[in-house]
Design a protein around this ligand. Sequence first.
Ligand code: 1HE
Length: 262
Amino acid sequence: MELSSSYIRVELDGDVAIATLARPEKRNALNEDFVRQLQDLFGEIPRTGLKALVLAADGDHFCAGLDLVEHWEKDRSAAEFTRICQGWHDAFTKMEYGGVPVIAALKGATVGGGLELASAAHVRVADQTTYFALPEGQRGIFTGGGATVRVSGLVGRARMVDMMLTGRVYHGQEAVDVGLCQYLVEGSSLDKALELAQKAASNPPLSNQAITAGLAHIQSMPALEAYYAEAFIAGVVNTQEESRERLRAFAEKTAHKVKPGQ
Ligand code: 1HE
């Protein structure tokens, strides 16, 4: 099973994969080939049996978004760029709905399409260098990789409009407070992301499937349909063999208890 490609290096740590964006000389800007490789990778991951994935980056920056130079050089038509965006949507949708938890280890610039990529992960970890922005307005373009749904879902429409109109940059605790990331660490975001991925990987895969893909699907349903889907998913997940074992452990007082500081 070869998961690595020219722009993405994939290493395995037990049943956790670390996929590293490997175009640091261009700040991991996403050109057409890079996006195709993301489509391939996230199309394949659910079939591998891997239990979680950390999305990391080489260099000082997570991802500078759309390859603006390629976009300028190709002088694409509206139809061509629509197709490009559909490739981005396919890649990020595979990632978000694939059923395998994805933890993003962020650093430096996480901007434009880089934030769109990060926002398709299930958990985002920032370090002290990480900053978030949507510079599309200043570049004279618009988001095309799902930000209108995912970034506005994280921070709310008003904040997203402000980011796009004014180029506002978020970092540090403020980025956590507005919902751009869930963790801010003093040290390495990769170390923290790995720790979180290993925790997630110890849950039953069916539970993780429901928590990641199930919840994402339910989010866009009207309430009645959502309740029905939730009940049905819970009917399957909460009666699986692995949950029987864990419930037995609780009943027999051998399971861990939920306490602060864990
Ligand atoms: C790039 C890109 C890129 C760097 N496309 N080549 N994204 C942006 O508006 C962010 C644009 N990038 C930057 O603002 C800066 O490059 C960074 C803050 C990310 C990094 O700065 P720095 O000083 O570390 O690097 P640099 O010297 O600016 O760039 C190093 C090289 O990376 C350089 O190439 P070189 O051949 O001259 O060495 C840059 O051209 C190249 N590079 N960023 C192409 N983005 C589906 S729609 C999505 C819409 C968007 O994503 S809009 C947001 C685009």
